[in-house]
Ligand binder design. Structure first.
Ligand code: SAH
Length: 247
């Protein structure tokens, strides 16, 4: 059998949001390489596996990407069943495709397994529908953090008619707010900031574009958090779809 690595999404945190396919991969894993954002509770599905932590949260102790690549390759070439477990979905701001490409280039078979991405889970847990007939015709998943610090096309985003779901935005609130206001988005546009989505410690801060920075500071918003910006962010677990539609 060819050497193979499974690139698996662990979901946003709640272990029950793991897919059956992810559980199947974990059950047969001999090596599981995990990121920081993976909830260790999901490791109950691979009690016999060797767990290798290769996390790298911004600013903290970090594992270089090349080291992760080589380690995956080494284990795979030893004939081990390797699962590379990533928070959320492996291909949403998760470098899943980079790792897959590198492995393919080195003759390793790769199987990608979806996970529920944090933006979707966070919105749903707060009662926010990311798309809504007549209100939001789509959803844009955006990272506020770029390698070269280039800025986003806020004009295009503000005019897109889509709900904006922003990842890695906690340290970039000022840029996001200024960019969207300058692009003509109303200061009254609802904003939901959701910390630790789907975990017992989940917190949500409801705000508006004009006040999001101050509200986040007063709330002591911390990473990991996602921002949902758009009319749909008016909805909540208490005030749901029907009220929003007829507001
Ligand atoms: N692949 C992941 C995203 C990794 S990028 C996914 O699909 O979810 C890391 C960013 O994801 C964090 O900065 C934060 O914006 C977001 N994130 C990940 N887990 C989160 C959680 N439980 N709650 C809120 N945001 C989360």
């Amino acid at each position: 059998m060819n050497a193979k690595v499974w690139l698996v999404g662990a979901g946003p945190g709640d272990p029950e949001l793991l897919t059956l396919k992810a559980v199947k991969a974990l059950k047969q894993a001999e090596i599981v390489m995990i990121d920081d954002l993976v909830n260790p509770a999901v490791l109950e599905h691979c009690p016999g596996a060797r767990i290798v932590s290769v996390g790298k949260r911004g600013g903290c102790r970090s594992t270089p990407q090349t080291f992760i690549h080589r380690l995956m390759l080494r284990y795979a070439r030893q004939g081990k069943c390797v699962v590379r477990l990533k928070g959320g979905d492996p291909c949403i701001f998760g470098r899943g495709s980079e790792e897959a490409d590198w492995l393919y280039a080195h003759g390793i078979e790769v199987e990608l397994v979806n996970g529920i991405t944090a933006g979707l889970a966070g919105a749903t847990n707060c009662g926010i529908p990311l798309t809504l007939r007549g209100i939001a015709r789509g959803v844009s998943l955006i990272t506020a953090h770029t390698q070269d610090d280039s800025s986003l096309n806020w004009h295009a985003l503000a005019q897109s008619g889509t709900t904006l779901v922003i990842y890695m935005g906690v340290a970039k609130l000022a840029d996001i707010q200024a960019g969207l206001l300058a692009a003509g988005m109303s200061g009254e546009m609802p904003v939901a900031m959701i910390e630790n989505a789907s975990l017992p410690e989940q917190r949500e801060c409801r705000s508006s574009l004009a006040t999001m920075q101050d509200d986040a500071a007063a709330f002591a918003l911390k990473s990991p958090a996602i921002l949902v910006i758009g009319e749909v962010a008016r909805a909540s677990s208490e005030v749901g779809l029907p009220q929003l539609l007829h507001a």
